[in-house]
Design a protein around this ligand. Structure first.
Ligand SMILES: C[S@@+](CC[C@H](N)C(=O)[O-])C[C@H]1O[C@@H](n2cnc3c(N)ncnc32)[C@H](O)[C@@H]1O
Length: 370
């Protein structure tokens, strides 16, 4: 992975519909969606629409592909339709038309998304016009004042890049022996926090341009429960097993230590304070509600019932759904296969994990463009 390049060229969820695809491994984000649904519903209800406003434009940023993509949009459409019936109920105005933009990085599996969209949009009463928009949400994606509702679900924890400082070999910010920040040196965590702040402000500045006054921005992102504690719950995926699997490649002489140390996962779980601070500095948005949601890991609960091997495999599938394209760009296909095979072996052997009931934190924020 060329570290000077932004991640948008290599980051994507695993496409298709096989065992390691995001579509088959998105039950964590699905649980997060379900938990944030009441908040999303009330956020959409708080939208201020002028009478006769049509089409109403909705964007889902970081939509990926699979059931979650459509569940999110279905919720938004359903609440909007109810609201519009109430607003325009007795009038002879025609029902406003709805336009949905599915946005993700160009490497997203838009083909699978478009194929399922065909059935979804035509086969339901919740008909809407749809379009795909490829590009990074850390840049502008729409013209000024174009959107009424923007949602982004389980996506903003992905940074735009690994902080440059973390790629300086031999420095205090070189993340030796680790693929992620939990348990890392303070300097590494600090570098991630700086990158995360820069990214979030950049994201907000773009949306501030694109969303009409009175429009809604709803963000659900990986987070942590308090400002001081870095524990996001994601350690189960990104720390011990991941580091052991990389070390196995080093021990077998398949890669050098530096190669292992140069790989970092570009995910940062924010605190509510960090999010509020970025929104405040950007201006243009009023926070309606912000909540930390504790999500019980549904995969863990299911897999504990099974044997260690199937648990190991399920964990490896889950982590590949999010990371395989990025790891493959860094290691190539053969070593990537080997790495995740080791990951499955390490997960199957981890008695603690098998017993533990894991959970993770998400932060939901609804804001109005003022
Ligand atoms: C974990 S998936 C969540 C997908 C879906 N919203 C859900 O709730 O299941 C995160 C998505 O965010 C996308 N993403 C990450 N960084 C992005 C960026 N800078 N711009 C646009 N999309 C991004 C990824 O490609 C991925 O599809």
């Amino acid at each position: 992975m060329d570290t000077s390049r932004s991640l948008e060229h290599v980051l994507s969820m695993q496409g298709g519909e096989d065992d390691i695809s995001y579509a088959k491994n998105s039950y964590g984000p699905a649980a997060a969606l379900a938990s944030s649904k009441p908040m999303l519903t009330s956020a959409i209800n708080s939208i201020k629409l002028t009478k006769g406003c049509s089409p109403i434009k909705i964007a889902d940023l970081g939509c990926a592909v699979g059931d979650n993509t459509f569940d999110t949009v279905d919720t938004v459409i359903e609440v909007l339709r109810q609201k519009l019936t109430v607003v325009d109920g007795e009038s002879d105005q025609p029902e406003p038309e709805l336009e949905v933009f599915f946005c993700d990085l160009p490497s997203n599996d838009f083909n699978t998304l478009f194929r399922s969209l065909q059935e979804k949009v035509n086969g339901s009463s919740k008909k809407y016009f749809a379009a795909g928009v490829p590009g990074s949400f850390y840049g502008r994606l729409f013209p000024k004042g174009h959107l009424h509702v923007v949602v982004t679900m389980s996506a903003l924890q992905w940074l735009s890049q690994i902080p440059e400082k973390v790629m300086e070999k031999g420095s205090k910010t070189w993340n030796k022996g680790r693929a992620w920040i939990q348990g890392a040196e303070g300097e590494v965590v600090e570098a991630y926090a700086e990158q995360s702040d820069k990214d979030l402000v950049q994201f907000l500045k773009c949306r501030k341009e694109e969303i009409v006054e009175g429009g809604v921005l709803f963000m659900l992102m990986g987070g942590r429960s308090s400002g001081s504690d870095l524990d996001s719950g994601l350690k189960h995926l990104f720390t011990t097993l991941m580091d052991q699997a990389w070390q196995d490649l080093v021990d077998e002489g398949l890669i050098e230590e530096d190669k292992r140390d140069g790989f970092n996962i570009p995910v940062y779980p924010r605190s509510t304070e960090e999010i509020a601070n970025a929104i405040d500095r950007c201006g243009g948005f009023k926070i309606e509600e912000m909540k930390v949601l504790k999500i019980a890991d549904p995969m863990n609960a299911k897999q504990q019932m099974k044997d260690p091997e199937s648990y190991g495999l399920a964990m490896a599938n889950l982590v590949q759904a999010g990371l395989k394209p990025m790891v493959e760009a860094y290691l190539g296909p053969d070593l990537t296969r080997k790495l995740f095979k080791q990951y499955a072996v390490r997960a199957a052997a981890n008695k603690e994990l098998l017993k533990e009931n894991s959970s993770y934190y998400m932060i939901a924020v609804s804001a109005i463009r003022v």
